[in-house]
Design a protein around this ligand. Sequence first.
Ligand code: DQA
Length: 142
Amino acid sequence: AKVLVLHGPNLNLLGTRQPAVYGHETLEDIDDALRERAARGGWEILCRQSNHEGELIDAIHAARLDGTAAIIINPAAYTHTSVAILDALNAFDGRVIEVHLSNVHKREAFRHHSYVSLRADGVIAGLGSQGYLAALDAVMAG
Ligand code: DQA
């Protein structure tokens, strides 16, 4: 089976972006760990990052058509603003797991609301890069 991992805006800067909040690992480190774990579980995985809302939406649309069973998404700042990403995820039939590196509930009030959580089957926040691996384990466990 196939899983799509989507990283939203600014996550390409991981490792150098506010390391006290987001850690020292790069996005490539995270994706490498995910690819390795998916391969061990016999799953196909596609990892994508975009700073553009429409590109994230296009990737979700592609996942509707190519047999993707689940989407693991860190929508980053679009979490708190994007009805369009919520709508795209609502048009996807598989599982959706929302991941945040930081504990958004411990931060500014504007990070406490997530449009994507209205669709997500599960939400993980505050576990850093381990959150993505936990999400992948949950997806592969079915
Ligand atoms: C984030 C939390 C968001 O509030 C923020 O805009 C991000 C990253 C996280 O992974 O903790 O860019 O999604």
